[in-house]
Design a protein around this ligand. Sequence first.
Ligand SMILES: Cc1ncc(COP(=O)(O)O)c(C=O)c1O
Length: 397
Amino acid sequence: MHFDAIGRVPGDPILGLMEAYAQDPNPRKFDLGVGVYKDAQGLTPVLQSVKLAEQRLVDRQGSKTYIGGHGFAEFGRQINALVLGADSPLIAAQRVGATQTPGGTGALRLSADFIAQCLPGRGIWLSNPTWPIHETIFNIAGLKVSHYPYVGSDNRLDVEAMLAALRQVPKGDVVLLHACCHNPTGFDLSHDDWRRVLEVVRSRDLLPLIDFAYQGFGDGLEQDAWAVRLFANELPELLITSSCSKNFGLYSDRTGALIVCTRSAEKLIDVRSQLANIARNLWSTPPDHGAAVVATILGDADLKTLWADEVEGMRTRIAQLRSSLLQALEPHGLRERFAHIGEQRGMFSYTGLSPEQVKQLRDSHSVYMVGTGRANVAGIDATRLDSLAEAIAQVCK
Ligand SMILES: Cc1ncc(COP(=O)(O)O)c(C=O)c1O
């Protein structure tokens, strides 16, 4: 039969973890696995600002006809301003354009095919570790994928090793950088580190691709864009993938953008013609609903203020959970050992727990996290921090 030779591939390990968690009958279980934000009730709610924008759309939307290959123009304008700043000189010079994509993943896939087709022969460099889907997306597009070190054996950011490796990257290659809230480690570069990376990028003539999936979850909406704006202002060309999944809570509506910065307005037209052509063969035209919601929120002063407050609420809850966990670990003499949890940013923490300790946490205490020791801090139930700390202490004995 036609399908007889087709074997089975293992499922996504994080989704497998979700299933195992769902099947665990222990009522005192912890889900620190999948990377979605959770509120104090353990839910991933629809934001109030999103609900209000959706209500307006239901009332006003007159058609569901296709939107163009680059998506909804107003969404593109708003997302450029959110990422680069409304007063960005690139926007004024028409050197930047956003192509609406199905989530940040769609933006990464579009950039992978763009590099493969329009910049043939360029390899791509990913941090070690990185979000596993980076590995597969660029491989599938046929790019040569290589890695630069990011975290040392002491489970701390190793900027010197990162810079040393980047200095050896072949001229012209693409380097993928996480704008903030590095997934999976939670370790972010300081402003000084970013300036040093910029110098290497410049001297090796590298093309940066900045993945911006967590704007607002690190230090704030504006603060998290600092490195992206530095690179956009200092370099002639840049690729940015932006996701609205986390900061607008629009996970299932698949909303994101590939933002391209070019050295001239004229060149932008060329590049965008290629992107529209590639996107046409990937998903034809992007899904509209989430982008319409984002454009509605960002285009209305009151909704925007409400949304920014909601993002700030999510951000501060995560930051608070980090410090509360450290406090809960203190009586066990573990505060020092896990001090990095307080320094990391965003939802994720490379805890430094070994795969054996992760397994023991899951088997004996129903605490679910990724085998690498990555925990989703946003999944912590703040009312049960003491029992989580107790479980961690047990496996650290
Ligand atoms: C680093 C990183 N990039 C991109 C994405 C893509 O997000 P989405 O496709 O859900 O918008 C994620 C989501 O987990 C991520 O962690």
